[in-house]
Design a protein around this ligand. Structure first.
Ligand SMILES: [Ca+2]
Ligand SMILES: [Ca+2]
Ligand SMILES: [Ca+2]
Length: 414
């Protein structure tokens, strides 16, 4: 199993595979273009969240969170914590509900140090920094792989996280009676609830369909069968026994856990592509894609576009080869490949402007897809010193407030 895990790592987050091509991606959408929205994000950007019109993007290897404002990566991090960063450890997940921001990372006593635990914290975003951390999840760190980390805030304010098997094979993995809590599950971060779903090998992508409120994920297969799933509450995705569509015999023999019900993926790739972020679009500028589901991968730099069926509980295909919901090794994937050359995609989100934003770990870039004719991003070369000034003044103001508050407290206690 370790060998396979390392094989998977080798095709995902190992730096050798994260080398930049420096090329611009291309898309196959008439009337739409792709542009570099923000670049020069160092240390392997993983996931992002919008706070108002701004983006907070995570740097896996150094535990920093960067603010992207108007397409410019601000030079001073808005948070910097110590993270273990071997393999799939590091600064991994973010979700925002208004100005409340959840982060998930492999905590350490220094960047690149030994892991202490996998922890989720709740912070407040004050426009300058992430402050007032509250620990909301404290999980054992057992392996440098399969730590999941994708998070999503649903419109009702619930925040979900996907966690991989972390190298554990017990009841939540359909494998033995041993219970390794908080592994192979999707669960709420913001409050305690029974696991939403179990039997997940590992995942780098969660999204909520804005039209139905239903949760979808990507799931990473071992040496075959990556998945896209509509994730129902109380579902069992089948790992460690099943990846990809199951035979009746496999379902009958599935060990199972409590009342969690097995369900087949909505789509799978027989040959692994390492799918990661996924996103729905519901906007005026991209209304042509309002019935689409976008998915990125890390192995091939592809951006996939799937068409949802009418009830939005499955995917619809024109080609006979894909109509079995499986991209078999010999099947043509032209129908679903919307873009190429994105490098190792780690996250996709629709912005408040209705445009589609794509994080590439290998390119250190956030790309954006927009209709032709909309004014494209103007890179502002002078904004760097403005940012320093802005943050410098902000830091001085914050320090002033802190000193005043301290003095006031002291006087009261005298
Ligand atoms: Ca750090
Ligand atoms: Ca599954
Ligand atoms: Ca097929």
């Amino acid at each position: 199993m370790l060998r396979l895990a390392i094989a998977f790592l080798a095709i995902t987050f190992l730096p050798a595979f994260g080398e930049s091509t420096g090329q611009m991606p291309e898309i196959r959408g008439d009337g739409f273009v792709v542009e570099k929205f923000a670049d020069g994000i160092p240390n392997s950007p993983t996931t992002m969240a919008f706070v108002g019109d701004d983006i907070l993007v995570l740097q896996k290897s150094d535990g920093q969170v960067r603010l992207v404002r108007d397409g410019v990566v601000q030079p001073i991090p808005v948070l910097d914590v110590n993270v273990a960063n071997e393999g799939e450890q590091g600064m991994l997940g973010i979700a925002a509900v208004g100005t409340t921001v959840y982060l998930y990372y492999s905590e350490s006593d220094r960047d690149g140090g030994d892991p202490v635990a996998k922890r989720a914290y709740r912070y407040e975003w004050n426009g300058l920094g992430l402050v007032n951390p509250v620990l909301v999840r404290d999980l054992d760190e057992t392996q440098f792989y399969h730590n999941g980390g994708a998070m999503v805030a649903s419109p009702d304010g619930a925040v979900y996280i996907a966690l991989g098997d972390a190298g554990r094979y017990g009841a939540l993995q359909n494998h033995s009676d041993e219970l390794y809590e908080d592994t192979s599950v999707i669960m709420r971060v913001d409050r305690g609830e029974p696991y939403y779903s179990i039997g997940i090998r590992n995942s780098f992508g969660l999204a909520v369909d804005p039209a139905t409120g239903r949760l979808w994920d990507t799931e990473n297969g071992d040496d075959d069968f990556d998945e896209i799933n509509l994730v129902e509450r109380n579902s069992n995705s089948g790992w460690y026994a099943i990846m990809g569509p199951a035979t009746e015999q496999e379902i009958a023999g599935l060990r199972g856990y409590k009342d969690y019900q097995y369900s087949d993926p909505e789509f799978s790739w027989e040959q692994v592509v390492s799918p990661t972020g996924l996103a729905f679009v519901q906007s005026e500028p991209l209304k042509k894609f309002n019935d689409s589901l976008f998915v990125g991968d890390c192995n091939y730099g592809n951006l996939y576009k799937f068409t949802l069926n009418e009830s939005r509980d499955g995917l619809a295909f024109a080609s006979a080869q894909l109509s079995d919901n499986v991209a078999n090794t010999e099947d043509a994937q032209d129908e679903i490949i919307f873009g190429t050359g994105f490098g190792c995609v780690t996250d996709i989100e629709m912005g408040p402007d209705g445009l589609l934003y794509i994080v590439s770990l290998s390119e250190g870039t956030i790309f954006r897809i927009l209709p032709e004719g909309i004014v494209q991003q103007q890179q502002a070369p002078d904004s760097s010193w403005k940012a320093y000034l802005y943050y410098g003044l902000g830091a001085i103001a914050a320090a002033g407030i802190a000193i005043a508050a301290y003095a006031l407290r002291k006087r009261r206690h005298m």
